[in-house]
Design a protein around this ligand. Structure first.
Ligand code: FAD
Length: 419
């Protein structure tokens, strides 16, 4: 394939965007104008969700058909074969245009697709990867269970071999986007006689297969972005296995590494999630602009968001220069959640009781969804406590947590009594 210079690629992308999307106007926040919704989780009705999904899929298909849907993917699978830096260049250019909400594809393309690419059979790669990048199908992550979150290796969903197939039974929970997903990456226990990190296997499962039941979970923000997913004797062909039998922990780690990188790099410390202009106007509008404590909180947040954004940029620049990033990406997710938590506290301090009852006043009660969404961010993609453990051990070199039990068979562990 002929080499495409960065300059030529930029011109190609801009021509595509100019022909298919509208440039964003300058966004100036004016108190009382436009929508006062501020959310961290996308809260919408099922109808609105369906409609937005259709628009999102149409946009991805247009990108893909123009050769811009899988920029760094291998050409033999329908990718463009360009360096990963061209992906980032595309994203930066696209962010200047109004395009349909692409969050539906975050987990599928950010985490599931790279895992399929690393561990699936050639047939499964050919079948699913082009369709995922074109937006024809959406993927979800079926890892967490009622008894297995931070300690993922305690999971109990079982897959039992049956000829050329596996039969999967069990329950997953907190599955984001399962309600509109077509495939899922599932990790199951395939050998309870092995220690808990060893007897696991990953699969690609058809979310429309008989025996798969998706039940929405309503969160305290009011929406239902997550689900419980029940598997009852679901048949999965052996060629949909990811990696070797009982090597699912390696498969899971591939996904989790991509998850942290996606959350950390994408979040830019929260700078893109909350607007300083909106927070400043909030303070001004309620006559608290001369309150020294609130002013201090606001400026501290500004400083923290700026530091997080620059730290993130440093990591991305190192990657671009071909160097391994240092601890920046490990701390990125923690910085993101800390900044969002501080922003929520600031909003609570300014609004006080206005946050608790809906009087219809613009820009007050609407902050609820943001404030109630921040605790979820502290858990998703590795909880704050678990990330602090990682930073203290791997970055600061502090003594390790007591080691995992790598010898006892899973069925003899207390957690495995049902397994
Ligand atoms: C917004 C959101 C989206 C999600 N989406 C998905 C999804 O799409 N797919 C999916 O599979 N899962 C998803 N999850 C689930 C998520 O992965 C789990 O919630 C997470 O791994 C924590 O597990 P848990 O909820 O079981 O909490 P637990 O692991 O039980 O943790 C409970 C508490 O104990 C602390 N803790 C646990 N272990 C340690 C330790 N070693 N040291 C110190 N403290 C510890 C935790 O920090 C936490 O405060 C999502 C969660 C959220 C909030």
């Amino acid at each position: 394939m002929a080499e495409v210079t960065e300059e030529a690629f930029r011109a190609e992308v801009l021509a595509f965007l100019d022909a298919n999307a509208t440039p964003r106007g300058e966004e100036k926040f004016v108190w009382g104008e436009g929508s006062d919704r501020v959310t961290l989780f996308d809260e919408k009705s099922r109808d609105a969700e369906r409609h937005q999904l259709e628009q999102a899929k149409a946009w991805r298909a247009k990108r893909y058909d123009a050769g811009l849907g899988w920029i760094s993917g291998p050409p033999e699978l329908g990718g463009r074969g360009l360096p990963a830096s061209y992906d980032r260049l595309y994203s930066a250019l696209e962010s200047r245009y109004e395009v349909p909400n692409q969050s539906f594809f975050g987990i599928g393309l950010g985490m599931v697709a790279p895992t399929i690419q690393a561990h699936a059979s050639d047939e499964v790669k050919r079948r699913y990867l082009p369709a995922m990048y074109r937006g024809d199908i959406v993927g979800c992550q079926l890892f967490s269970e009622p008894g297995a979150g931070s300690d993922l290796a305690s999971l109990q969903s079982r897959a039992v071999r049956d000829g050329d197939e596996w039969r999967v039974s069990g329950q997953k929970v907190w599955t984001s986007g399962a309600q509109y997903s077509d495939i899922g990456e599932i990790i199951c226990r395939t050998d309870p006689d092995q220690p808990k990190h060893k007897g696991l296997t990953g699969f690609v499962v058809d979310m429309h297969a008989p025996g798969v039941e998706v039940r929405p979970l309503r969160q305290m923000t009011g929406g239902a972005s997550f689900n419980e997913v029940f598997f009852t004797d679901v048949r999965v062909p052996d060629d949909h296995r990811l990696g070797d039998v009982n090597s699912g922990w390696t498969v899971a780690l591939t996904t989790l590494m991509n998850e942290r990188a996606a959350i950390g790099a994408g979040g830019a410390g929260g700078a893109g999630l909350v607007s300083m202009a909106r927070l400043t106007e909030l303070l001004r509008h309620f006559g608290s602009a001369s309150d020294p404590v609130l002013r201090q909180e606001l400026v501290q947040l500004h400083v923290d968001l700026t530091v997080a954004r620059l730290t993130n940029q440093r990591a991305l620049d190192k990657i671009k220069a071909g160097q391994a990033p240092g601890p920046e990406l490990t701390t990125a997710k923690l910085a993101l959640t800390q900044n969002m938590t501080r922003a929520a506290e600031f909003v609570c301090h300014v609004l006080g009781p206005r946050l608790t009852a809906d009087t219809g006043e613009w820009g007050t009660y609407a902050w609820n969804q943001f404030v109630l969404g921040t605790p979820g961010m502290r858990i998703a993609g590795g909880s704050d406590e678990v990330l602090r453990n990682i930073i203290s051990e791997r970055v600061l070199g502090l003594p390790k947590e007591p080691g995992i039990d790598s010898k006892t068979p899973f069925r003899d562990l207390k957690v495995g009594t049902q397994g």
